[in-house]
Structures are given as structure tokens and as C-alpha cells.
Design a protein around this ligand. Structure first.
Ligand code: ATP
Length: 239
């Protein structure tokens, strides 16, 4: 279980972006975190993955627990070694490197399993195998998202944190990425899925949280969120 308790984050000494957020991601599940632009979703993920820079006026309080053990305060590489992988918003692949070089970078913390992890990633994303010697910058948006997912899987994570994997993708590609996330979950990886695309996220998540201006305002099974009138109006456009 990955758990966040009473997380508070303040930027620039005064701007409180998270106001006591608590959430739980049980092992084996897909949990969705929904919220509008600026609600604090990326900040929450950064706090989980050790990427929150707590210098320069950033103040963080609260705890992040992995199987009951505190992991807040760990550096990003240490968090990866504990089994938590992340795909940041905007994919951030290394555009000048080949597909396989990007994947090898992702696998540097798990060198012993490199070949097996590479096989697994190529099994999930055959297109990456076909393009393995190609320069990553020439991949399409959907292929780059697959590469970003594949790179995160190269460390053999038990948990995967995904920041808006559907952003900027055409609907057919969104469905493809969604199905791949479901498959990754079926293979045993627990997923925290941050999305503005509520329809996509709730179609594979068991449970969802809605974040508004730094607070959890809803915490419900995905089916109940899908049926909720406010969610239908604000997130699904079904007024
Ligand atoms: P988006 O979907 O646009 O990424 P979000 O829900 O992920 O939104 P955050 O990226 O966590 O929200 O940002 C929440 C607020 O904190 C925003 O107003 C943002 O401008 C601000 N913010 C984010 N990072 C910093 C930072 N390093 N320093 C100061 N303010 C920041």
C-alpha cells in the first residue's frame, strides 16, 4: 500500500498548493486522481516521487508511507529503488537518443534484470521494438508516451505514478494507452493515474479521488464517481 497522510505543500513561503491531502493506493489497484489545471496533482506526484525540491521557500508537511514505512524525504533515485516508478507530464524522453538507449537509461537502477525488462517492455509495446534503433525525437506522440511508460517499467517498479498520460493524444491513442495501462496493472503493477480525462481514468480505476485547490473533495469508488452529477457535469461534459 502506498499512502499519503495530511500532505501540505507551500510554494514561495506563502502559496499553499496542497492543504492536508490524504489518499491510499492499495497494492494491485488502479487509483485515479482527478482535478482541474492547477489543483495540485503534479505537486502531489512530485511529493511521492522525491522530486519536490524542498529548498527555496518550498515547505512540505505530512507523510508518505510505502507498506507503512515513511519514504518522504528520500531522493528520487532512492524512491525508484523502493519500487516506485514515475512518468512525468510531458513524457520527457531524451529526444536525441534512440528508443533502446532511452529504455536502458530507465533500467540503470536494475542492471541485473536489464535484458528481461527490455523483453517485457518490447512485449507490451511491439512498436518500440520495431523502432528500437530509431531516434526517439522522431516518434509520434503516442509512441513517445509508450516509450515514457516503457522507460518507467525498465526499473521493474511495483508502483507506477502516471501524470496525464492521455494529454495531447487523439481519442484512439488515448484508448490504446488506457488499455496498455490496464495490461500493465494486470501484470502486477499498482497504478496511481493522474488525469484530467476523467472518462479514461475512471474506465480502468477501481477508486478515484478528486482534488480541488489542494484539497480532496471526493473519495469514492470509480462507479460512484461516474454516476455523480458534479463529475458528469464538470469532468465528463454531460451536464
Ligand atoms: P496541471 O494539470 O496544470 O499540471 P496540477 O493540478 O498538476 O495542474 P500543480 O502543477 O501541482 O497543479 O500546480 C499547482 C499550483 O502550484 C499552480 O498554481 C502552479 O502554478 C503552482 N506551482 C507549481 N510548481 C511550483 C513551483 N515550483 N513554485 C511555485 N509555484 C508552483
Amino acid at each position: 500500500m502506498l499512502e499519503v497522510r495530511n500532505l501540505e505543500v507551500v510554494y514561495d513561503d506563502v502559496m499553499q498548493v496542497l492543504r492536508g491531502v490524504s489518499l491510499r493506493v492499495p497494492e494491485g489497484s488502479v487509483v485515479a486522481l482527478l482535478g482541474a489545471n492547477g489543483a495540485g496533482k503534479t505537486t502531489l506526484l512530485r511529493a511521492l516521487s522525491g522530486l519536490l525540491d524542498v529548498h527555496d521557500g518550498v515547505i512540505a508537511k505530512g507523510s508518505v508511507l510505502l507498506d507503512g514505512e515513511p519514504i518522504h524525504g528520500l531522493r528520487p533515485a532512492q524512491v525508484v529503488r523502493r519500487g516506485i516508478g514515475q512518468v512525468m507530464e510531458g513524457r520527457r524522453i531524451l529526444a536525441e537518443l534512440t528508443v533502446e538507449e532511452n529504455l536502458r537509461v530507465g533500467g540503470h537502477t536494475a542492471r541485473r534484470d536489464l535484458a528481461a525488462n527490455l523483453d517485457r517492455v518490447y512485449g507490451l509495446f511491439p512498436v518500440l521494438k520495431t523502432r528500437r534503433k530509431g531516434v526517439s525525437g522522431y516518434l509520434s506522440g503516442g509512441e513517445q508516451q509508450m516509450l515514457a511508460l516503457g522507460r518507467a517499467l525498465m526499473s521493474g517498479p511495483r508502483y507506477l505514478l502516471l501524470d496525464e498520460p492521455s494529454l495531447g493524444l487523439a481519442p484512439t491513442l488515448v484508448r490504446q494507452i488506457r488499455d496498455l495501462i490496464a495490461e500493465i496493472n494486470k501484470q502486477g503493477v499498482t497504478v496511481l493515474l493522474v488525469e484530467q480525462n476523467a472518462r479514461m481514468a475512471l474506465s480502468i480505476a477501481a477508486h478515484g479521488y478528486v482534488l480541488e485547490t489542494g484539497k480532496v473533495v471526493m473519495d469514492k469508488p470509480a462507479a460512484e464517481l461516474l454516476a455523480d452529477e458534479d463529475i458528469r457535469e464538470f469532468y465528463l461534459g454531460l451536464g
